[in-house]
Design a protein around this ligand. Structure first.
Ligand code: HPA
Length: 273
């Protein structure tokens, strides 16, 4: 058995000592987007610190709790607290929880994040449903020996985000009257924000939004055969000609303001899964 598989089994054993709850959908809650966590009818919560192999979050607003329970009647497991490359974790550490959720039985992964708007039609506060991505992090979580029992050596990436879920998400957002787009997310490591020249380049690359997360988890989810839905909250616009110093408090304020819309979108989507 591969070392990775042994680590997954240890984590699953630790979780199974505390709950036999069988989730179908995994959710990774990003920055300032804890609204969904409050809607969960919890059966069990487990701190990451109690799960072998789970890294501990370094940022205060990332709580580090696994919630098992129901959302809209569906059995889910939600990660409150996620890991980023800029914190110093390896790609393997960042994506380990996705492996564990898969081993617990999920077939679908829902991820959210905060992102900067590259597409000039966007406004701060808009939602963007991911329909593709560009891995611009310079690393890939699948580099290294492949365990064929976890997924193929050369996983397909022709449809990282499930087309039916993208369409369903767009229908829901439209019916709710939310400003929502579909587009390409480009992932960078951070932690610095980008220069005007970098934002201009992302525009040339036809990226619609830029952020510091999500892509490693999605790559591992696809490797594991999961169906994926991803959504960004556009927290700031990245227009090269008028770039001002980034205000992290403003970014958090916009993420919080958009939280009820994101929560509605995710709840309604999950009710239809
Ligand atoms: N760049 C990278 N990540 C981000 C940004 C950005 O401009 N805004 C929110 N997350």
């Amino acid at each position: 058995m591969s070392e990775l598989k042994q680590q997954i089994e240890l984590a699953v054993q630790a979780i199974r000592k505390e709950t036999d709850f069988a989730p179908r959908i995994g959710i990774i809650l990003g920055t300032g987007l804890g609204g969904v966590a409050r809607e969960i009818q919890a059966e069990k919560t487990i701190e990451y610190a109690r799960i072998p192999g789970f890294p501990r979050p370094t940022m205060e607003d990332h709580a580090g709790i696994l919630h098992f329970g129901r959302l809209e009647g569906q059995p889910i497991v939600a990660m409150q607290g996620r890991f980023h490359l800029y914190e110093g974790y390896t790609p393997a550490q960042i994506t380990f929880p996705v492996r564990v959720l898969k081993a617990l039985g999920i077939d679908t992964l829902v991820v959210s994040n905060a992102a900067g708007g590259i597409n000039r039609k966007f406004q701060a506060g808009d939602l963007m449903i991911l329909d593709d991505h560009i891995n611009f992090m310079g690393v890939n979580p699948l580099v290294g020996p492949n365990d064929d029992t976890l997924g193929p050596r050369f996983p397909d990436m022709s449809e990282p985000y499930d087309k039916k879920l993208v369409a369903l998400g767009m229908d829901i957002a439209l019916a709710q009257g939310f400003r929502c787009h579909r587009g390409t997310y480009i992932a960078v490591t951070g932690p610095c924000l980008e220069t005007a020249a970098e934002y201009r380049m992302f525009g040339v690359m036809q990226a619609d939004a830029v952020g510091m997360s999500t892509v490693p988890e999605v790559i591992v989810a696809k490797h594991a055969g999961l169906r994926v839905f991803g959504v960004s909250v556009i927290t700031d616009m990245c227009i090269p000609e008028t770039l001002k110093p980034a205000d992290i408090n403003e970014i958090i304020a916009i993420a919080n303001e958009a939280e009820p819309r994101l929560t509605q979108l995710i709840l309604r989507l999950i009710s239809k899964m």
